[in-house]
Design a protein around this ligand. Structure first.
Ligand code: MG
Length: 310
């Protein structure tokens, strides 16, 4: 869902990207947004505005993110400055983005990996009963470093450690969400012993979740659609770093609107996974680019996107 906020002849763009598993869809987002009244609002009072929107209802984090992104875009355009500059970040220091390889047949996996040639790192979806086979298939095609996302697929911590050791020896640099999100003690056990970082995704949704997982994971995956937008994502990155944790900046399947919003924060991240807009065919926006993994932040104000003429 793409939304717009408009005032003083300036339009701010926002986006809610809602894969089915997050429990939001066009209808829930429309119902939530119908409760959001920005008439007469002063966008410079972003704190109060976004706190008020957050309190309208629980959940609806992607819908909330859409409003948050649109207000950030509007404010940045009003000031004439992109958010990475407002935050004092050097766009040249954004780490390269990974490209995701989904669970598929060996033939299709080989084809996807070939298409991703040029990317300095790949993110591989695992958590199946043929994980080693998938990694061997990828290694037939490329020797670039891999990051693996288990999506809670491993059931037993001893097995997870055995896999972590096997994967580390095969050029895998981190493991995302190996076990069920509520198994924090098992993740802590694994993190203590694993030769490579263990990163939380489903175990950490918003700012308030970070303290609970400190010690259980090496780092966290921050996504605008989980945490209700740019304002909270920025705070999550600061808090995680202050607690000695690493940060991956991730995404759902956003267009260049949501990806450009997230990319404003990329220079703050330790790892970046912003391939969403590369996975869609009908991108309505131009903005941040992710060519061969290299993130180029747009110079335009706000989140720096422009509508493609259709
Ligand atoms: Mg994940």
């Amino acid at each position: 869902m793409i939304i717009e906020v408009e005032q003083d002849g300036i339009v701010g763009y926002g986006e809610a990207s809602m894969p089915p598993y997050i429990g939001e869809n066009q209808a829930t987002a429309e119902a939530f947004l119908a409760k959001v009244d920005l008439s007469g609002a002063d966008a410079f009072q972003l704190e109060g505005l976004l706190d008020g929107i957050d309190r309208l209802d629980s959940g609806n984090n992607a819908a909330k993110a859409a409003v948050d992104i649109a207000l950030h875009d509007w404010l940045g355009k009003k000031m004439g400055i992109p958010w990475h500059r407002i935050w004092g970040l050097d766009p040249q220091t954004a780490p390269p983005s990974s490209m995701t390889i989904g669970i598929d047949t060996a033939e299709n996996i080989r084809a996807r990996v070939r298409e991703a040639a040029g990317f300095p790192v790949l993110k591989v979806k695992l958590g199946t009963d043929r994980d080693r086979e998938i990694v061997r298939t990828i290694r037939e095609v490329t020797d670039v470093p891999l990051r693996v996302d288990i999506n809670q697929g491993w059931k037993v911590k001893e097995y997870a450690l055995e896999m972590a050791e096997w994967l580390a020896a095969d050029g895998v640099e981190l493991i995302e969400q190996p076990m069920a999100k509520e198994l924090l003690d098992d993740h802590a056990w694994l993190t203590e012993r694993s030769p490579i970082p263990i990163v939380a995704d489903e175990s950490v949704i918003r700012l308030g979740d970070i303290r609970r997982v400190q010690g259980a994971f090496t780092g966290i995956n921050v996504k605008l659609m989980k945490c209700a937008g740019m304002r909270e994502a920025y705070r999550m990155i600061l808090l995680a770093h202050a607690l000695g944790m690493k940060v991956m900046l991730g995404c759902m399947t956003e267009t260049s609107c949501g990806i450009s919003a997230a990319a404003q924060l990329a220079p703050m991240a330790d790892w970046v996974d912003l391939d969403g807009a590369l996975l869609i065919a009908n991108d309505p926006f131009r903005g941040a680019t992710v060519r061969g993994g290299k993130i180029t932040l747009p110079e335009g104000p706000g989140i720096g996107v422009e509508r493609n003429s259709s």
